[in-house]
Design a binder for this molecule. Structure first.
Ligand code: NAD
Ligand code: DAU
Length: 359
């Protein structure tokens, strides 16, 4: 038995692969294009581990997919691969359309052909799990109830629109072709290996080097935060027991305004690595121009997943954010390599002439 993970060198994907192989001996084929967001250093603890087969490639490359599927015969595919940063989607939406929409479409086509030719028992057991976001539901007011799986899709950014389109394609492949799909829509993740362009790691990294901590607009936008390993456990549970064709919201019941998040990060740094001048890190907070079309509030109602599949997050926000800040303090080389771009040389440096990514 084997699973195929796409985007497994990114933030959530790499956490998923590490957790999977810590709990199971079932091999993982990890297909990742290694865009700026893909970092093989996240997976360096798996060096030499035959259970992890890394392949550098694009989910939209049908020939590569057909070859990988026929060679490895996965029993499940978990699709993490995406362009994921809202600000980048505002500056340049094209990559988002290319990977999140067209890439998912080509992936679904390759998977449909593979699945259609499987023997009956393997066909029945097969799963395609699509990892998506709460942003597809749009923005809530302060008093709106949290998003349930029945909320209508109202995406507001090129990123969320491209994820919404991919969710619709996945849904359509189930209804039209019977492809055994599952979709998860999760809130904001945080934790180890988070690329420091996103709020929490950016604040941790900027604070330590004396840079401004840029808060968009009034900082009162609300997000629900989930520790990444809890997202990974939710995905494992949905893969194991989810009802075919269903979607599951995943969240941490941790709604917080952005400014509170930044204050919490600053307070933890004050405790764990005080500034040399003894001043509080929150002095570095700077209010900057708001994100265009900035969604005001996201909130997740995760009761379906909790009640039907018995999933619960293991971390509270307080325990998860402390672990996260500590992780960044404990991994200065990872941060330095990301900031210098050195992480991008990893494949070359590490695999040398014997590039495992070649298929
Ligand atoms: P990320 O940007 O850190 O990683 C994405 C990974 O996908 C990278 O390794 C990248 O190299 C790879 N990739 C990009 N385009 C590819 C392509 N065409 N073919 C193959 N690989 C490609 O993203 P993340 O934060 O880990 O998010 C993973 C998934 O989870 C995404 O689908 C995202 O929409 C979803 N999600 C993220 C969050 C969050 O808070 N980060 C929350 C909910 C859902
Ligand atoms: O809700 C799930 C989504 O969460 C995922 O689908 C996305 O892939 C992921 O990137 C994340 O999107 P957000 O836009 O919510 O995350 P980001 O970390 O970019 O921003 C979080 C909030 O903080 C948002 O309201 C914008 C604000 N922000 C962000 C940055 C980078 C700031 O105020 N300053 C910043 O510098």
């Amino acid at each position: 038995m084997t699973i195929l993970v796409t985007g497994g060198a990114g933030f959530i994907g790499s956490n998923f692969v590490l957790d999977w192989l810590a709990q199971s001996d079932e091999p993982v084929v990890n297909l990742d294009k290694l865009t700026y967001a893909g970092n093989l250093q996240n997976l360096s603890s798996l060096d030499g581990d035959a259970r992890h087969i890394f392949v550098r490639g694009d989910i939209g490359d049908s020939a590569l997919l057909t070859d990988l599927l026929s060679r490895h015969q996965p029993r499940a595919i978990l699709n993490f691969a995406a362009e994921s940063h809202v600000d980048r989607s505002i500056h340049g939406p094209e990559d988002f359309i290319q990977t999140n929409i067209l890439g998912t479409f080509h992936l679904l086509e390759s998977v449909r052909a593979y699945w259609g030719a499987l023997p009956a028992d393997a066909k029945a057991a097969f799963r395609f799990l699509h990892v998506s976001t709460d942003e597809v539901y749009g923005s809530l007011s302060k008093t709106d109830p949290a998003f349930t799986e029945n909320n209508k899709y109202e995406p507001n950014s090129p990123y969320s629109a491209s994820k919404a389109a991919s969710d619709h394609l996945v849904r359509a492949y189930h209804h039209t072709y019977g492809l055994p799909v599952l979709t998860t829509n999760c809130s904001n993740n945080y934790g180890p290996y988070h690329f420091p362009e996103k709020l929490i790691p950016l604040m941790i990294v900027n604070a330590q080097v004396g840079k401004p901590l840029p808060v968009y607009g009034d900082g009162q936008q609300i997000r629900d935060w989930l520790y990444v390993k809890d997202h990974c456990s939710a995905i494992r549970r949905v893969l194991e027991a989810g009802q075919l064709g269903e979607t599951y919201n995943v969240g941490g019941w941790n709604e917080k305004p952005n400014l509170d998040i930044v204050h919490t990060v600053c307070a933890l740094l004050d405790e764990l690595k005080p500034r040399a001048d003894g001043k509080p890190y929150k002095e570095q907070i700077t209010y900057v121009t708001d994100r265009p079309g900035h969604d005001r509030r996201y909130a997740i109602d995760a009761r379906k997943l909790e009640q039907q599949l018995g999933w619960k997050p293991a971390e509270t926000f307080e325990t998860g954010i402390r672990k996260t800040v500590q992780w960044y303090l404990d991994h200065p080389q990872w941060v330095a390599d990301v900031l210098s771009g050195g992480y991008r040389d990893w494949v070359e440096k590490h695999y040398g002439g014997n590039d495992k990514s070649a298929t």
